[in-house]
Design a protein around this ligand. Structure first.
Ligand code: ADP
Length: 401
């Protein structure tokens, strides 16, 4: 079975063609500047097939972008499949499913309507995701399509974890609550952790640390998300590349009055000029910060310290929330690659049974146990693969599993 995975943005579209049973990636790439001048990147993963890097292709709308992807996939010379018939289904990443979707679903007219109703919760992302779905329906009529939501995995959180202490009508009428994001990634790594530990997910208490440009930490008890650090929006939780993370809401009023800022300007600061970028004044990229820290730039070192400390505190609080933890997972750009940050986050937790193995931790980007053999709590490095998770969910739904 082959599944085409689509992640549509307003002017871009990422794609992968995968076999969810074997995990084999056949091709991946990107359409950019859709509706502008159109750039197409195609990276077949099969020996002897040539890739194309940001070549000009007219893509006035997402439909031409999808058609360009299909043309490349079935190209007689550099294609990876014989015809479109070899694409069994399409899995679409959709950012927000609100409270309506607690798992991935087959896309119907009714589902499209409900995703539209979630637009106020994700005004930038859901419209673009819908455009991607409609373009695929247009170019690939009759091919089953599945929506996979970033928020769905977290719908198992109990009310005590997802409610904000605001007047209750803001939840009832305005749907203000913690939703959480990165759900596809947390679900994928939780499944891999269970496989690595040879246990059923129902037996495990896990803390999954997805640490990248955007970061979130999730408590997973018995295979279900029970708490997560992102909130109503992906601005919440630990500080991130350019996002502030959790902060005292009183600061907004103080700064807005003092600097005569509108709420949109304030939010722009919190989303784009804060986080490790704002604190360091150097970069939002953790590699740059590590280098700057070594050069003695104290604000860069402080930003990384604040980040590591924030993640460590979340691990402690989620262990308390679950009454223990069997394994801590590190994933995404920083989690998969930063040897020093994994060590800084997980050291000092010996009191709760976490003992790192420095030699095992000295590695990047592959599934590895990085805790010591006698560590009560296992620490795992697991590369995330959201596209594979989307393909697996899509295959399960279209084959009625
Ligand atoms: P996104 O949230 O955009 O998907 P990623 O998961 O790709 O982000 O993570 C990007 C982050 O990972 C960047 O801050 C980058 O610096 C960091 N990263 C990648 N490689 C390394 C590394 N070797 N050491 C430290 N950080 C790294």
């Amino acid at each position: 079975m082959n599944i085409l995975v689509i992640n549509a943005g307003s002017s871009s579209l990422k794609y992968q063609l995968l076999n969810p049973d074997s995990g084999e990636l056949l091709a991946k790439g990107l359409c950019e500047r859709i509706g502008i001048d159109g750039k197409f990147t195609y990276k077949p993963q099969i020996e002897g097939k040539a890739k194309q890097d940001a070549v000009d292709v007219a893509m006035p709308t997402h439909s031409e972008a999808i058609q360009t992807v299909l043309n490349a996939l079935v190209d007689p010379v550099n294609g990876v499949i014989g015809s479109m018939k070899e694409i069994d289904a399409v899995g679409h990443r959709v950012v927000h499913g609100g409270e309506a979707f607690s798992k991935s679903v087959l896309i119907t007219d009714e589902v499209m309507k409900t995703i539209e109703e979630c637009i106020p919760l994700a005004p930038l992302h859901n419209p673009a995701n819908l455009t991607g779905i409609r373009a695929c329906q247009d170019v690939m009529p009759g091919v089953p399509m599945v929506a996979v939501f970033d928020t769905a995995f977290h719908q198992t959180m109990p009310a005590k974890a997802y409610m904000y202490a605001l007047p209750y009508e803001y939840y009832e009428e305005d749907k203000v609550r913690r939703y959480g994001f990165h759900g596809t990634s947390h679900k994928y790594v939780a499944g891999r952790a269970a496989a690595m530990l040879g246990k059923d997910p129902s037996e495990l208490k896990l803390i999954s640390c997805h640490l990248g440009n955007g970061s979130s930490v999730t408590a997973i008890d018995g295979g279900k998300s029970v708490d997560t650090s992102m909130g109503f929006t992906p601005l919440a939780g630990v500080l991130m590349g350019t996002r502030a993370g959790d902060l005292d809401a009183g600061i907004l009023q103080y700064l807005m009055k003092k600097h005569n800022l509108t709420i949109d300007q304030m939010l722009d600061v919190l989303n784009k000029k804060s986080g490790v970028q704002g604190v360091s004044g150097v970069s939002s990229d953790f590699r740059d910060l590590e280098a700057a820290g070594h050069e003695g730039i104290t604000r860069a070192a402080l930003a990384v310290d604040m980040f590591n400390y924030g993640v460590k505190k979340l691990i402690g609080s989620y262990a308390a929330a679950m009454g223990g933890v069997d394994a801590i997972i590190f994933t995404a750009g920083v989690g998969e690659n930063s040897i020093s940050q994994r060590m800084a986050i997980a050291s000092g937790l010996e009191f709760m049974g976490v003992k790192m193995d420095a030699a095992a931790n000295n590695c990047r980007g592959k599934e590895t146990v990085i805790s010591a053999a006698d560590s009560k709590v296992k620490v795992l490095l697991i590369p995330t693969n959201e596209e594979l998770m989307i393909a697996m969910d899509t295959a399960a739904i279209v084959s009625g599993k």
